[in-house]
Design a protein around this ligand. Structure first.
Ligand SMILES: Cc1cc2nc3c(=O)[nH]c(=O)nc-3n(C[C@H](O)[C@H](O)[C@H](O)COP(=O)(O)O)c2cc1C
Length: 361
């Protein structure tokens, strides 16, 4: 029997026990090493079941800019287990080299982005644009799978290295029956589907109305073609664990991927904590305690960002988080506006401390 450590087996066991799998979506300039560290602190051991990095350009990793991009691939192997590195490119050779690199760095798997609608990514024929080039996509997925298999076959391989793809339902129209086989034929370990098409960006509601059909199609296609069925994760608009459980039931998928739901609530994967922290009524003691908790996490997050990332990333990235942390309570709007013009941790701390002193004590 193989002694290989394999996070997929742990997940399969969890699914058998009917426990919900909830994973953290990759989000550029959001799920960086610092936010993930905060999520670990406030959500683990409850979740997420898998971490994803922000996406990283495989072309960039094979260019002179590599050194800078490697900073986006910093992670804590012990605390962020399992973690998948997501890459994008349309150049097979660069993808294959990036896979080898990601494996060397100690990630638990590689995830190919075939769904990002950002124009700058599409211009490189990557992300969603891959859907317009099914033959090329098929070739890339096949070659990636082959390389990952070779990596796993090596005798000294103690830990399974997974191969997965994240994509959408189609480009200009829903056509997953035509698009998905290009990926499924190579037997990815995990297949994550954002339930929208490229044209919709994130402007319309995710298509949960067809979620069950989508899952059935994937399972039926794999069975009929004698392919290994991947773990199927569905994604789009799921706000919390309660909703995730409902969506798993509704669709019969294996797990739910949550993205924006974690903005401002890094404790989201700890359902008890999440529910406890919902009350933000400034008139009540409990509400004030919860607002205080948010502001303390916001300060901690900012401090860590300044320590680890300001030399690499713009401090403005934190503003996205402030919008979410400071929301839904009396006085939030003014506080948010003040935080939006803060330039560093010291200013953020002073602004938040003043609010705490004046409104929460
Ligand atoms: C700010 C932001 C950055 C994102 N970056 C990525 C990315 O790097 N890779 C990716 O596959 N998807 C990316 N996405 C898409 C999310 O992973 C997810 O598919 C989408 O937000 C829908 O899920 P949600 O409704 O739970 O947020 C990003 C989304 C947002 C909002």
């Amino acid at each position: 029997m193989s002694k290989q450590k394999n996070f997929l087996k742990d997940l399969e066991l969890k699914i058998k026990k009917k426990k919900p799998i909830v994973v953290l979506a990759p989000m550029a300039d959001v799920t960086d090493q610092v936010f993930r560290e905060i999520i670990v602190k406030y959500s683990r051991p409850h979740g997420p079941d898998i971490f994803w990095t922000e996406f990283v350009s495989a072309d960039g990793l094979n260019s002179l800019g590599k050194k800078n991009l490697l900073k986006d691939l910093v992670f804590n192997k012990k605390k962020e287990y399992p973690i998948l590195a997501q890459i994008f490119s349309s150049k097979k050779e660069n993808i294959l080299k990036a896979i080898k690199l990601v494996h060397k760095l100690g990630f638990n798997g590689i995830d190919l982005n075939m769904g990002c609608p950002d124009r700058s990514i599409e211009k490189q024929l990557s992300g969603s644009a891959m859907m317009k080039y099914p033959e090329l996509s098929r070739e890339i997925v096949k070659a990636s799978r082959k390389l990952v298999d070779e990596i796993n076959k090596k005798n000294d391989q103690k830990e399974y290295f997974s191969f997965s793809v994240k994509t959408r339902l189609g480009y200009n129209k829903i056509e997953y029956e035509k698009w998905f086989p290009n990926i499924l034929d190579s037997e990815p370990d995990i297949f994550s589907v954002h339930l929208r098409i490229r044209k919709e960006l994130s402007l319309v509601e995710a298509h949960w109305e067809i979620a069950k059909e989508v899952v059935n199609f994937i399972k039926k296609y794999c069975k009929e073609n004698k392919l290994k069925t991947p773990l199927i994760f569905l994604n789009g608009d799921v706000k919390n664990i309660k909703e995730a459980k409902e969506k798993i039931k509704l669709s019969n998928c294996d797990g739910i991927m949550i993205g924006r739901g974690v903005f401002g609530t890094p404790w989201l994967f700890n359902e008890k904590e999440y529910l406890k922290r919902l009350d933000q009524n400034i008139e009540t003691k409990k509400g004030r305690e919860n607002i205080l908790f948010r502001l303390k996490v916001l300060q901690e997050h900012t401090k860590l960002f300044e320590k680890k990332l300001t030399k690499i990333k713009s401090f403005n990235i934190m503003k996205k988080h402030y919008k979410a942390y400071v929301n839904g309570f009396d006085g939030a709007k003014d506080l948010r506006n003040d935080l939006m013009v803060a330039k560093d941790y010291k200013e953020v701390k002073n602004i938040a401390d003043a609010f705490i002193k004046n409104k929460l004590k």
